[in-house]
Design a protein around this ligand. Sequence first.
Ligand SMILES: NC(=O)c1ccc[n+]([C@@H]2O[C@H](COP(=O)([O-])OP(=O)(O)OC[C@H]3O[C@@H](n4cnc5c(N)ncnc54)[C@H](O)[C@@H]3O)[C@@H](O)[C@H]2O)c1
Length: 384
Amino acid sequence: MTKIGIIGAGAIASVHIDSYNRLSEHAKVTAVCDTFRQKADGLIAEKALDATVYDDYEKLLADPVIDAVSICLPPNMHCSVAVIALKMGKHVLVEKPMASSLEECDRMIEASRVSGKILSVVSQNRFNTPFARVKNMLDIGVLGSVVYANFESLWWRGQLYYDLWWSGTWEQESGGCFMSHAVHYLDLMHMLFGMPKRVQSVMSNVVHDNSECEDLGFAVFDYGDKLVQFTCSLVSHGERHGISIEGEKGSISIPWAVSASRALPNGFPEEDTAQREKLEQTYHSIPELPLEGHDAQISNFLKAIRNEEPVVVNGSEGRKTLELVMGIYNSSVSGTSFAFPVATDDAFYRKETMVAAMPKFHEKKKSVDNFSTSKITLGSNMGR
Ligand SMILES: NC(=O)c1ccc[n+]([C@@H]2O[C@H](COP(=O)([O-])OP(=O)(O)OC[C@H]3O[C@@H](n4cnc5c(N)ncnc54)[C@H](O)[C@@H]3O)[C@@H](O)[C@H]2O)c1
């Protein structure tokens, strides 16, 4: 039985606790920590946990009973708490984004290497059936070469969203919608296609005047043999997410859609029914995942702790997503295309120099310690 400590008892902590509870054969949440003690108390009562309350994470980390922690803190704290936890011999599952900078990611990866403890970064959409099916289809090559893909990370957040004290600041949140929301899709992009050669981006804040950071942006990634277009928005009503992938032998999309064309003698298209049906059958023949989202990722984290399987989203996988964000920010500031990788002497490797380089779209004037509700949406219908 893996004993779990939850650090940060805000909105996402509840999702972690529900997953650990559903996996109760192998995990037990034994401690919850928040500087607002009443939030930790509240979660323990709401989830009927037999757990100790802490208001200081260092005390939770000193608790010898605890084997592993879920870090559900604001992004600015992910690195420092993860490094201490790993040094104290705890396995770490850290919420997205992995950290505020690549330099912080590297410190976390090194702490995991030295301690021999597992570091995993939440990226729950990797564990969704539609994405798993599309990945499988690319792996077996049914589309032929991929030449173009389009990712849409379209969310909506009201003005009040940025009133939370750590939200909408380069210092605390380390970015806007690319850092906070598009990370889910950037993770899927490098999972499907690997790392690009270059990126060209533009971004702005068009609605949220209590945030220093972007709420809308566009990026085009150049892979040499394909281009990937990426739209990231917090101003799009509803929650619309999508990927379309154009290959030599057909086009597939999430939410699921498929088409295949072949050329008439004049180059104009006609539908290739046999190929479309082949792609349709392949997609549906790939089984549904037994667990999805946080449940699936936390199950992988627990199995990795028990040495039953490798951790899927380890530190270096989490770092790649942050490197994509830093490339996007670099290009948006310079107005030119940015060539990967981000070097260790690049201003976008370290947080202080990245923050200094970024424009403040607006001044954050309002700040609240807590909202009256912790209800959130996770985009969990992604791809359905
Ligand atoms: N995977 C997802 O889909 C998803 C969704 C939402 C949030 N998140 C991520 O989860 C993290 C937390 O987000 P949230 O929405 O739960 O934020 P939140 O503000 O609701 O919760 C964070 C909690 O940390 C507590 N805290 C702050 N400093 C602390 C300290 N020093 N010691 C102990 N507790 C402290 C706060 O009081 C708060 O209760 C962020 O990184 C966010 O990006 C991920």
